[in-house]
Design a protein around this ligand. Structure first.
Ligand code: NAD
Length: 267
């Protein structure tokens, strides 16, 4: 999607961190923005700030882990702006720690937001983009953790590997319709993700502060608005993957070599 002026974007998890960086950059580029988040107050503050700078921005409350809530978000966006062109399924949460400490509620919470939420956004909004017949673009926020897993943080890695797979599959499906799909795979970004536990629903609420361990990894990360700039470029180029940190090239390469090496054992 090259010409973005006057187009309409919906960004989930838009009130904080990477989502807020994306909202800031695309609003500057002339897109109308629905700042969608569980935290309506913070979404309202950002939408107000962007409107004050002359952009068209509205807040919307959404819980991406509820299908009906994502459907309601789409209705709100269409009611407000009449169309949707760019969808950033970005809302996400983090939990770290060893398998031993990972409860079924931990697992369900991470999957419900990071993976179900992206699937719901893809399903609801891809149908709208197809119906409109004017192209568009979907950016799904994965992570470098969607390609590299390590000893701890299995639930997060599984959810993000899933987002990469979903994005690759949807990209193939929507290509003939002129709709692009990108998997955004950031390295460390300085955000509130290490406080995710605070947004955990009561029904799944025995976290025990398992998000905080992430701070060490992200505290020297880049700023969210830098990710916003890279997302903008990725949307314009219809990039399959939007990376933010070149230092991950080597561990990616090493992983793929390890995989190929095990094929060699068949010779
Ligand atoms: P953040 O906590 O600053 O922002 C996440 C936003 O998502 C918050 O505003 C939160 O209210 C919202 N949210 C949480 N649960 C929600 C739900 N059920 N429905 C709607 N909104 C919900 O964190 P961030 O780092 O900006 O995270 C954004 C995305 O980037 C996540 O998917 C995360 O996994 C991914 N990511 C972050 C990093 C990093 O280093 N920060 C790296 C790779 C990937």
């Amino acid at each position: 999607m090259e010409d973005l002026q006057g187009k309409v974007a919906v960004v989930t998890g838009g009130a904080s961190g990477i989502g807020s960086g994306i909202c800031r950059v695309i609003a500057r580029e002339g897109l109308s923005v629905v700042v969608a988040d569980l935290d309506l107050e913070r979404a309202g503050r950002l939408a107000g700030e962007l409107s004050g700078q002359g952009a068209k921005a509205v807040p919307a409350q959404v819980d991406v882990s509820e299908y009906a809530s994502v459907e309601a978000l789409a209705e709100r966006a269409l009611g407000e702006f009449g169309a949707v062109d760019l969808v950033c399924n970005n809302a996400g949460v983090y939990i770290g720690g060893p398998m031993d400490d990972l409860t079924p509620d931990d697992w369900r919470w991470v999957m419900s937001v990071n993976l179900d939420g992206v699937f719901y956004g893809c399903r609801v909004f891809s149908r709208i983009l197809l119906e409109q017949g004017r192209g568009g673009h979907i950016v799904n926020t994965a992570s470098v953790g969607g390609f590299l897993s390590h000893g701890e943080g299995a639930a997060y890695a599984v959810s993000k590997y899933g987002v990469v797979a979903l994005s690759e599959s949807l990209r193939e499906q929507l290509k003939p319709h002129g709709i692009g799909v990108s998997a955004l795979a950031p390295g460390p970004v300085r955000t509130a993700l290490s406080d995710s536990d605070e947004r955990r629903p009561e029904a799944l609420a025995d976290a025990g502060n398992k998000s905080a361990v992430l701070w060490e990894f992200i505290k020297h990360g880049i700023e969210p608005v830098e990710v916003g700039e890279l997302v903008l470029r990725g949307v314009r180029d219809n990039a399959a993957y939007i990376f933010t940190d070149p230092s991950f090239r080597k561990p990616f390469e090493e992983r793929f070599v390890r995989i190929l090496n095990d094929f060699d054992r068949l010779d």
